[in-house]
Design a protein around this ligand. Structure first.
Ligand code: MN
Length: 498
């Protein structure tokens, strides 16, 4: 899945001209060594570009403005090798509009006990210079990520990698365009919201089209295109006939192939990266898009059911942020469906009517054709599978009226005890942290939705940083959650986020 640009991050080292040319030459040399090591580490998902040492107000201001206008620059990593008087940074920081990271590191790992003198102290005073710089960024109220540690430590590099993905989420958010083929489901509250405010806050464009405009695209798909895609389905997936006639079964699957191709043509032609449908508003579609939507999500499109454009945009956003993660386990639209309340085995069965992304699947994927228990269309074909185990995060963006809140729950994905042969949908099963009782209580108190954007490949911290960068509240629910503290946090946030 491609982002809209070939993003890079700039590395800007701060100093001043008080220490002489020899010191400044060392500063430049050291920061180049750091940048080279970062690029060669294989840990960072994006290239780091070295920039000449920033020593004057003019140069700092010019560099930040160049970063603003460079389309490929996704953020600036700043580090003060020596002291750098922070008033010099005010104008540049004031005019800078992209993600900012403060890497609080030091070129040498260990104090050089035998040789250390005052020249060394002056040249290597990040502990001192980074505090001066951090002060002004805090005083100016600028949101930034601070990462502390030795630059070549794998843990530090991995934190930088995680932040880079958050920064890409910040940059790419304003390139997300959601197409709504149906309005919000009647009378449903949590999936609805203020689309104008969403564009102001997140940059999302959220447009509606009559569903029959995409139906025209579906109807114009040729039989040849459908047959070619059917061949791919039949090669890739196991057909689970369950007593259905194979020819009749294939006709149902072919409808989804037509929907996949027609929808994708529409989305590509009109430049949308996320889509919402509604089982009750299907116009001329023969089936609720199931398999078709699952395959589109696998290709990187966001999706939300029943007109849920907020979750569709979040799924797209989280797919962008996790794109290219090594050994990725998947990102999907999900819905809290039903509980297992057996002591010691508590958890939430996750599914949707049909639309769970196959990137989260574990093992073989089958196709089933089964009637929907809702709506008035023919039995849709869908991909069925169970999902991977391990930690993940479930995110819900809600509109509280005057503002948005992001709720993120760290969850532990598990296998259910037994197969569920009569359940014709893809599923996941997880126990929310810290446990089902507290996790669900916290989720409900925070106002979280039944729809979520779920990922195995992002951390709650990355989502929290993204929310902070967007200027919205983020409530984390994890092993540290305590209901009394959470209720106070919600109260206090209500005063802060107005
Ligand atoms: Mn739903």
């Amino acid at each position: 899945m491609k982002t809209s640009k070939n993003y890079k991050f700039w590395f800007a080292t701060g100093s001043q001209d008080l220490y002489g040319d020899e010191c400044l030459a060392d500063v430049a040399k050291h920061s180049k060594i750091i940048v080279d090591a970062m690029n060669q580490s294989g840990v960072l998902p994006f290239e780091v570009v070295w920039k000449p040492t920033l020593i004057t107000n003019e140069l700092i201001r010019r560099t930040f403005n160049e970063a603003n206008s460079d389309e490929e620059c996704a953020g600036v990593i700043t580090w003060m090798h020596t002291f750098s008087p922070a008033k010099s940074w005010i104008l540049g920081l004031q005019e800078y509009r992209k993600p900012l990271m403060h890497l609080h590191t030091q070129f040498n790992m260990e104090i050089p006990y035998d040789s250390i003198d005052m020249d060394f102290m002056n040249e290597n005073q990040s502990a001192h210079g980074d505090r001066e710089y951090g002060h002004i960024v805090s005083r100016m109220g600028i949101e930034r990520k601070v990462i502390v540690g030795y630059w070549n430590d794998p843990a530090v590099l991995s934190r930088i990698a995680g932040w880079m993905r958050t920064a890409i989420g910040q940059m790419e958010s304003s390139h997300i365009r959601v197409v709504r083929f149906a309005d919000n489901m009647r009378n449903v509250a949590v999936t609805d919201g203020d689309k104008v405010e969403a564009q102001i806050k997140f940059g999302w464009e959220i447009d509606a089209y009559p569903v029959n405009e995409v139906v025209d695209y579906v109807k114009s798909v040729s039989q040849g295109e459908i047959n070619a895609l059917l061949d791919e389905y039949y090669e890739k997936y196991t057909m689970l006939y369950e007593g259905r006639d194979p020819e009749e079964f294939k006709r149902h699957v072919a409808v989804q192939a037509g929907i996949e191709i027609g929808f994708e043509k529409f989305l590509t032609e009109k430049n949308y990266q996320a889509v919402v449908t509604h089982f009750g508003d299907l116009g001329g579609l023969q089936q609720l898009p199931g398999l078709a939507i699952q395959r589109l999500m696998e290709k990187g499109y966001g999706f939300g059911g029943e007109g849920d454009w907020k979750t569709a945009a979040m799924v797209r956003l989280m797919k962008i942020m996790s794109a290219g993660v090594k050994d990725a386990k998947g990102t999907s639209f999900m819905e809290d469906y039903t509980y297992n309340l057996v002591p010691g085995k508590q958890g939430i069965l996750q599914a949707h009517m049909l639309e769970v992304c196959p990137t989260v699947s574990d093992g073989p994927i089958g196709i089933k054709v089964t009637p929907l228990s809702m709506g008035d269309r023919e039995a849709p074909a869908r991909l069925v599978f169970t999902s991977k185990t391990g930690p993940g995060i479930a995110a819900s963006l809600i509109d509280l009226g005057p503002r948005f809140r992001l709720i993120v729950n760290e969850v532990d994905c598990k296998k259910v005890d037994k197969p569920m042969p009569k359940l014709p949908v893809a599923t996941a099963f997880w126990t929310p942290q810290p446990n089902l009782e507290t996790g669900a209580e916290a989720w409900i108190l925070a106002g979280g939705a039944h729809h979520t954007a779920f990922s195995y490949d992002l951390t709650a911290g990355q989502m929290e940083d993204w929310a902070a960068a967007m200027g919205i509240e983020c409530i984390l629910i994890n092993n540290n959650t305590d209901i009394r503290n959470l209720k106070n946090e919600l109260r206090w946030n209500q005063a802060y986020y107005r």
